[in-house]
Design a protein around this ligand. Structure first.
Ligand code: HEM
Length: 433
């Protein structure tokens, strides 16, 4: 009897537990589901609200950006059509203590310890720094004057469709230069006067006395080019004053689109690393977004205007000029450092994109005296890839150049002028100096 009662009680207990667990199951699962959702929401909230450490970076001009960097909105315009925009370049400050005899060229040394990467290398330009003049101005001016006389249209030329852009560039220079270099240029009713050479420029008379690109060339040390977009979306070289470029001739490239200018010169990495970014840049650049880039070359003669080691300037234009013709391993005194500081800006009225090329030119033996330069330059030259080395003619000068730079570097280390630790050497150095 007692065992019977126990059995019934046990049965009832099991039944109750079964009922209880069945009724609890949905509640248990539901509870678990609610906890899971809550924890997911909570982690998301924490992630969103967690303070993020952001490094301050300057904009990468080689990547398209969604941020509004320019106050202008890129006009949605058909290729080849430019509507003038109401933009006035900010007035520059006068260059501090500028003097045509005393102001030294800026010491651009745009190379670093390897490895070497091919990039467009664009950086934002401050308007004050558009044109750089220094105590080499009178030499550059004399060289240009002589070459305009000797060579005229082959080196300075404006296509009829580019005439308004060339005149706009001339007007811009006559506005900027007297503000930036008031001891050299003075604004007049009709243009400006050069207070040192006593030239007077009347830019409102018509016809103009010469091609406006020739006049522009006389005003600055830079070589100048203006690119214009055509309905095919390509940018063409339609105005230029290229008098001191050293390695290329306007006559060979005039009228060419940007890509052909570079591919015809076998610019290393152009198709793979430069072309797309360059096209994007030209399409998007606005009048208020000027940029700069620097480069450098080595040359085995002392000729600024045309490096005759690579062939005669007046040779047949179908005949390629190139490093193959240069004499190998000349003495170090014949090695020169050539560096360009280039600017690019869009002219607001004509829409032409102005390309300025300012060349800095010095003997290797002079720059190798500067602390850190021989070590850094030797490392840079060694780090060029085969294509860059071929383009820059390394095989023709590397033995003499590198032996000399290594020795200068060794002496600098011995005297304690520089450390052998590259990282320490590069610390605090700001490109492109
Ligand atoms: C975003 C703009 C540009 C970039 C990134 C660029 C890039 C380059 C590079 C990397 C080279 C090889 C030498 C060097 O390292 O500088 C080069 C050469 C050259 N570039 Fe450009 N370039 C630009 C605009 C222009 C423009 C507007 C012209 C118009 C005249 C031009 C004409 C040349 C010429 C003539 C050469 C020499 C080609 C040769 O050796 O025959 N470039 N450019």
């Amino acid at each position: 009897m007692v065992s019977n009662i126990r059995f019934v009680a046990q049965e009832q207990l099991e039944h109750c537990l079964q009922l209880f667990s069945q009724s609890l199951k949905p509640a248990l699962y539901g509870g678990l589901f609610v906890i899971l959702c809550a924890s997911l929401l909570f982690t998301g909230w924490i992630k969103r609200n967690k303070p993020v450490l952001r490094r301050a970076t300057s904009p990468d001009l080689e990547k398209p950006t969604t941020k509004k960097v320019n106050t202008f909105k890129a006009p949605g315009r058909p290729p080849g059509v430019w509507t003038p925009v109401d933009f006035k370049r900010p007035d520059p400050e006068p260059y501090p203590d500028w003097d045509v005899h005393r102001t030294n060229p800026l010491p651009y040394r745009p190379f670093k310890h390897g490895p070497y990467h091919i990039t467009m290398g664009l950086r934002t330009m401050h308007w004050d720094d558009w044109i750089e003049l220094d105590n080499h101005y009178l030499k550059f001016h004399a060289d240009k004057t002589r070459r305009i006389e000797e060579r005229g249209v082959t080196h300075c030329r404006t296509a009829p469709e580019a005439m308004d852009g060339a005149i706009e560039l001339l007007e811009e220079l006559c506005d900027y230069l007297p503000q930036r270099y008031p001891t050299l240029y003075q604004k007049t009713e009709v243009g400006m006067d050069n207070l040192v050479t006593n030239e007077s420029f009347n830019i409102i008379q018509r016809p103009l006395p010469e091609d406006p690109m020739q006049t522009c060339a006389r005003l600055v040390q830079d070589d100048l080019a203006i690119m214009f977009e055509r309905p095919d979306g390509q940018y063409y070289l339609l105005a230029g004053a290229i008098l001191l470029a050293g390695f290329w001739r306007l006559g060979d490239k005039f009228g060419m689109p940007l890509s052909e200018i570079h591919t015809s010169g076998d610019v290393p990495g152009f198709k793979t690393k430069l072309e797309k970014g360059m096209m994007n840049f030209f399409r998007r650049v606005q009048p208020n977004g000027p940029v700069l880039r620097n480069n450098y070359f080595l040359q085995v003669d002392d000729e600024l205007a045309w490096s005759s080691s690579i062939g005669p300037e007046d040779g047949d234009h179908t005949q390629a000029v190139g490093w193959d013709t240069a004499k190998k391993n000349k003495a170090i005194e014949h090695h020169y450092f050539r560096s360009e500081r280039q600017s690019l800006r869009r002219l607001p009225r004509s829409g032409g994109v102005v390309f300025t090329i300012r060349t800095y030119f010095e003997p290797i033996t002079a720059i190798a005296k500067e602390p850190g330069v021989p070590g850094r330059l030797a490392s840079a030259v060694r780090s060029w890839g085969d294509d860059v080395a071929k383009y820059k003619g390394r095989e023709r000068y590397q033995d003499v150049l590198l032996e000399y730079l290594d020795e200068q570097h060794r002496q600098q280390v011995e005297k304690g002028v520089v450390s052998e630790d590259y990282a320490q050497e590069d610390e605090g150095r700001k490109y492109p100096y």
